[in-house]
Design a protein around this ligand. Structure first.
Ligand code: SF4
Length: 338
């Protein structure tokens, strides 16, 4: 188990401009009793805790068994031999863990685990679209509910979306729900000379759609030699001005391997915090926006869900929906592996 000193070592360099992410040794000591109870329950219940890169750093660096982006965490969920999976992120990610592990207990500790993308399209929307576009392959971003995945052909994440859509043998694709990511895919394929007819649903991530290309111009003027990293949920205008586009884990690896010392990230604050902690010798400039859904996770809710989960915390998916959604997610693993 992490000690207060070890936790403070990890958190002390995080300064993302928000008081909830400023840490002192005293704060860390106050967290210890809750962390201790969570660790004890994990052992008793053979439970693991998966934590997304956007979740608050005091959770990320204390009780997590695995951290990462949706793709990496889905793989961890698939490979796990734990009886209980606690998914500290947002609802659709916990649902994805349940799709992959129907026999396990999957717990969602977050009472406010929405997502503007996942909440922007329903199963019946997709059923109607499939009637309208019968010849299209339906590709869904992982930020969708299990019911939506069950109506689609292939799932993708921000780390593999370009590669998988390019590989799909059908030239007619319906991509949902992220319009901005879809526009980036269209642009990326066009640049490679790949011509596909790609229809898009009109959804957005409320965090990433806010970023404007002008802020990149301003940063380049103010910081010489800065490297700009953006998430593919940003608009094409933003993506076009970036030096690197990738998922949160891809950005983390990119910073690890980059010879530059100064970076500007356009994505949710959690990643900036992780990078500040992991690479204290590097500089991370820039505005950062918090996702209210990801930041609703707390250590107290994780403890409660392990001690006494309410029916809302326990992920249940109807068997037929689970089976169909699993085919959709497994096709992603097949395309990624080959
Ligand atoms: S950052 Fe955007 S895509 Fe990610 S959970 Fe929040 S609303 Fe959804």
């Amino acid at each position: 188990m992490v000690s207060a000193e070890q936790l403070y070592e990890k958190l002390k360099d995080i300064h993302v401009g928000n008081p909830i992410c400023q840490f002192t040794k005293e704060n860390c000591e106050l967290l210890l009793p809750t962390i201790e109870r969570i660790e004890k329950l994990k052992r008793e219940k053979n439970a693991i805790i998966l934590v997304h890169n956007y979740v608050a750093p005091q959770i990320f660096y204390s009780v997590a068994d695995f951290t990462g982006d949706s793709y990496g965490l889905s793989k961890n969920a698939k490979e796990s031999d734990a009886d209980v999976i606690v998914f500290s992120a947002v609802r659709f990610m916990a649902e994805t863990a349940k799709i992959l592990n129907p026999e396990k207990i999957v717990l969602d500790p977050n009472p406010n685990g929405g997502c503007s993308l996942a909440d922007g399209i329903t199963e019946s929307d997709v059923i109607k679209l499939r009637q309208q576009f019968p010849d299209h392959t339906f590709v869904c971003y992982i930020n969708t509910t299990a019911a939506v995945k069950a109506q689609c052909d292939v799932c993708v994440t921000s780390s593999n979306v370009y590669k998988i859509i390019e590989k799909i043998p059908n030239d007619k694709i319906y991509f949902l729900p992220d319009k901005l990511m879809g526009e980036n895919v269209i642009q990326n394929l066009k640049a490679k000379g790949v011509n596909k007819n790609i229809e898009l649903w009109d959804g957005t991530c409320y965090v990433h759609e806010e970023y404007q290309p002008e802020s990149i111009d301003q940063v380049r003027r103010n910081f010489e030699d800065v490297e700009i990293l953006v998430h593919p949920e940003c608009s094409s205008a933003v993506v076009n001005k970036a030096d690197y586009v990738g998922s949160t884990s891809q950005m983390l690896n990119h910073v690890r391997e980059s010879e530059r010392d100064s970076f500007f990230l356009l994505t949710e604050c959690g990643l900036t915090g992780v990078l500040q902690s992991e690479f204290p010798q590097k500089t991370f400039a820039g505005s950062c926006t918090m996702c209210k859904y990801m930041k609703s996770n707390s250590l107290e809710d994780i403890l409660n869900v392990l001690e006494n989960p309410s029916p809302q915390n326990i992920i249940e998916i109807a068997p037929e929906t689970q089976k169909r959604a699993l085919q959709c997610v497994n096709r992603m693993f097949d395309y990624s592996d080959h």
